[in-house]
Design a protein. Structure first.
Length: 455
């Protein structure tokens, strides 16, 4: 970085900060601090950053450092904004250690902006349900008295209020018609983090009407909430424009080019990283592969750690012997999107919220490996048609349950020759958000209390 400095272990591009502060002061507009935290942030916030550049909105892109491995952060380069990152917080540690580190780095960031003589409000923009999204708004509010902007506000997990049938057929056919209820602590800790992110935020960008209803039920003011769609729909469009991504994947895993169409499997949620659920998953997809279905399992970081922790390496090897192709994390986000959009992918099994959105946007059939989902709209608010792809909950109860569910889904979608992309999440969402932010005037800062004498 040109003019890079380090203040209290915070790395910053001084020239970029000076330009952003100057723009905020000249325009008398808030300085938006767009925070990147985990891989989904690097993906989804791309179009918002591009929209800020397009309209000249004063902003700084801040990388928290929560995710730092290349395959988790590469979307910044794929989607064309990596050069815009001006501040690196380099936070590290587990959930507790990271929260303390975030507080320390935010205080250093506020001091840095003050040193550059910023007088306009500095407004954090956080996304989703990460631990940093859950802590940054509250910590910034406590330190500066200013509230934040929460992208993807109102996500709440819902699921059928029933005793799950032992039959996968009954579970799949009956869940749409069942009564659904909230599961406030699922997934852990994301279910808590997304609620915390909204508490100290003044602008709440809700993807769909269902999210708005959740927020209003929790007493947020209607004028705080804007239904804008999901940035996933923008990210999918950007990713499909990246050249060479699918070829790079096929070079890494040549079997994907010769076989198929495939079931793509990935899991990473904490609740699925238990020995019983992982054994059920591996047995289920191995049974399914033994029927002749091409199955590719992507080893996420969390999955690999859990396999080692629970001593399940032999179970994984057995699944490979029974026909499952196991790959390391794929080389890019664009390679995932382009594979899902291609005839090589028949359907997916995942516990990722983002992939549920992306599968909907692409018309790719999806099974969610959870008993609840924070994207219930992909199940309840779309027509029940095989051509629309659709989503169903398929918890990791047992190998037989999983294999039976996958077999039913495979057959249901086998006759579909043309997929219909879903439209739940809108188009040009980043531009719509930025239009709203350009008109946003923060409420007056609440003055933080002065420290007690002698403190």
């Amino acid at each position: 970085m040109a003019g890079e400095s380090s203040i209290s272990a915070l790395r910053a591009d001084e020239d970029a900060i000076a330009r952003a502060v100057r723009a905020a002061e000249d325009m008398r507009r808030p300085l938006l601090l767009i925070f990147l935290a985990t891989r989904p942030c690097f993906i989804k916030l791309a179009s918002l950053i591009h929209a800020a550049d397009a309209v000249g909105a004063p902003h700084l892109v801040v990388d928290s450092g929560q995710h730092f491995e290349e395959h988790l952060t590469a979307a910044q380069h794929e989607l064309g904004y990596g050069h815009r990152i001006a501040v690196h917080l380099d936070v590290r540690g587990d959930l507790i250690e990271r929260s303390g580190d975030v507080a320390f780095k935010l205080k250093a960031l506020a001091a840095l902006l003050s040193r550059h003589r910023l007088r306009q409000p500095a407004v954090p923009v956080v996304s989703g349900d990460t631990s940093t999204a859950g802590t940054i708004p509250s910590l910034w509010y406590l330190h500066t008295g200013l509230r934040s902007v929460h992208v993807e506000a109102g996500l709440r997990s819902e699921g059928p209020a029933w005793r799950w049938p032992a039959s996968a057929s009954e579970a799949l056919s009956g869940q749409r018609a069942a009564r659904w209820v909230r599961f406030p602590d699922e997934p852990y800790p994301e279910g808590l983090c997304t609620r915390l992110a909204s508490v100290a935020s003044d602008v709440l960008f809700a993807p769909v009407e269902r999210n708005r209803r959740h927020l209003q039920a929790e007493a947020y003011r209607p004028e705080q909430i804007a239904i804008v769609g999901s940035l996933s729909s923008d990210a999918v469009i950007l990713a499909r424009q990246c050249t060479g991504a699918l070829d790079a994947l096929l070079n890494q895993a040549p079997r994907l080019a010769s076989g198929g169409p495939w079931l793509r499997v990935d899991v990473h949620r904490r609740e699925n990283m238990t020995a019983p659920k992982l054994r059920a998953l591996l047995d289920g997809i191995a049974r399914f592969a033994a029927q002749g279905a091409p199955v590719v399992l992507v080893r996420t970081n969390a999955f690999s750690r859990a396999i080692d922790e629970h001593g399940l390496a032999e179970h994984l090897a057995d699944a490979e012997r029974r026909g499952v192709l196991v790959t390391p994390p794929w080389p890019s986000y664009a390679s995932v999107v382009q594979f899902l959009a291609s005839p090589r992918c028949h359907m997916i099994l995942t516990d990722s919220g983002g992939l549920q959105e992306e599968a909907h946007a692409l018309g790719t059939p999806c099974f969610t490996a959870r008993r609840s989902t924070d994207r219930p709209e992909t199940i309840l608010d779309v027509a029940d048609s095989p051509s629309l792809g659709g989503n169903r909950l398929l918890p990791l109860f047992s190998g037989a349950f999983i294999a039976d569910g996958l077999t039913i889904g495979w057959s249901r979608h086998a006759a579909v020759s043309t997929r219909t992309p879903g439209d739940l999440y809108g188009r040009e969402v980043g531009a719509a958000m930025m239009k709203r932010l350009c008109a946003y005037q923060p409420r007056g800062a609440v003055s933080p209390p002065a420290p007690a004498q002698g403190a």
